[in-house]
Design a binder for this molecule. Structure first.
Ligand code: UDP
Ligand code: MG
Length: 320
């Protein structure tokens, strides 16, 4: 019997889990031809999420859980999930029912046809501000134009991945994680299905504007060095322009004599150059910071218990 794992990263989802579980249970019960596992990764929740997961497991042994030692963020929590799922394929979904479980049978049907990565594309983006929509569009454009593989637009983490994809993802253990990019990077046979994204059933989104901006910078800096090249190209053009200007003023001074005007031009050019230099150093800094973080080779997450059993330090290393 093939085993299907459903991976749900949870951070303060005490309100949504009691609504999510009946839907998952209905799905599992109506598809008895598969073995099922629901793996909750408790990402250091500060509410009663862990207690709810424990009581769910007490009633239903198909429920499994990994408890992380603190909040590591969704990207890292997902890696913990990849390490602990045991199924022949895995479906990643959010706890807040924004990813409808009703789509899962369709995903499974495509998986049975031989597709290895069945991803759900959003026809709409749910309740989001105009600015957030525009900025995310811009972000996808930049990323897509500067990487060698296709970056999928409006595709979240809601997808089915075959065991071969899970094993591939487990090998990508960088600490600066942008998992959406990794799904594209690993390749494999992909299939798209389209759905309408719902709004959260309860609670509120854990992403603030700044955490999304951080994720966007993470996405760009961990998948492309295009900004560094842009800085070089821009630097070259500014230097060339400055050289022409120097020639022009040099000749002008020699032919027409010295005149102490042009204060405004001078200030503007100095400020402009200063700005460009700071920006370029900032871009460099982003990459150097990432190199710094990667060289520490810290584990991406620390797990405390698996299904209630304490994980020893050695067992942790076995997953690295
Ligand atoms: N999540 C997590 N760790 C975090 C933040 C979020 O595991 O630090 C989980 C959260 O519980 C949910 C999923 O990631 O299952 C998506 O989070 P959210 O709904 O806040 O994001 P959005 O839908 O707004 O992108
Ligand atoms: Mg959500």
């Amino acid at each position: 019997m093939k085993k299907i794992s459903i991976l749900v990263p949870c951070y303060n989802e005490g309100q949504t889990l009691p609504l999510l579980y009946p839907e998952l249970k209905a799905l599992m019960d109506t598809h008895p031809s598969y073995g099922w596992e629901v793996l909750f990764v408790n990402d250091g929740s500060k509410d009663n999420t862990l207690d709810i997961i424990k009581s769910l497991r007490a009633a239903d042994r198909r429920i499994c859980y990994v408890n992380l030692t603190r909040n590591f963020g969704k990207e890292n929590a997902m890696l913990a999930g990849f390490d602990y799922v045991s199924g022949d394929c895995m479906i990643i979904m959010d706890a807040d029912l924004q990813d409808p479980p009703s789509l899962i049978p369709e995903m499974l049907a495509y998986w049975e046809q031989g597709y290895e990565d069945v991803y759900a594309k959003r026809a709409n983006r749910g309740e989001e501000s105009w600015l957030r929509k525009k900025l995310s569009l811009l972000f996808y454009k930049i990323l897509d134009h500067s990487t060698r593989f296709d970056i999928l637009q409006n595709v979240g983490d809601f997808r089915l991945l075959d065991r071969c994809c899970i094993n591939a993802l487990k090998r990508l253990r960088e600490s600066e994680r942008y998992t959406k990019g990794m799904f594209c990077w690993i390749g494999y046979k992909k299939k798209e299905i389209v759905f309408d994204r719902q709004n959260r059933v309860a609670g509120h989104s854990n992403w603030s504007f700044w955490s999304l901006l951080n994720l966007a910078i993470e996405g760009i800096t961990s998948f492309t060095t295009a900004p560094l090249r842009l800085a070089t190209v821009f630097g070259f053009f500014v230097a060339f322009f400055a050289f022409c200007l120097m020639l022009y003023y040099g000749v002008k001074t020699i032919v027409f004599g010295d005149e102490a005007r042009g204060f405004t031009t001078l200030i503007v050019i100095i400020l402009f150059m200063g700005g460009i230099q700071l920006l370029t150093i900032g871009i460099l800094g982003e990459y150097v910071g990432r190199i710094f973080n990667e060289t520490k080779k810290r584990p991406v997450y620390l797990a405390d218990t698996y299904n209630g059993a304490k994980i020893s330090g050695n067992a942790l290393l076995a997953h690295d």
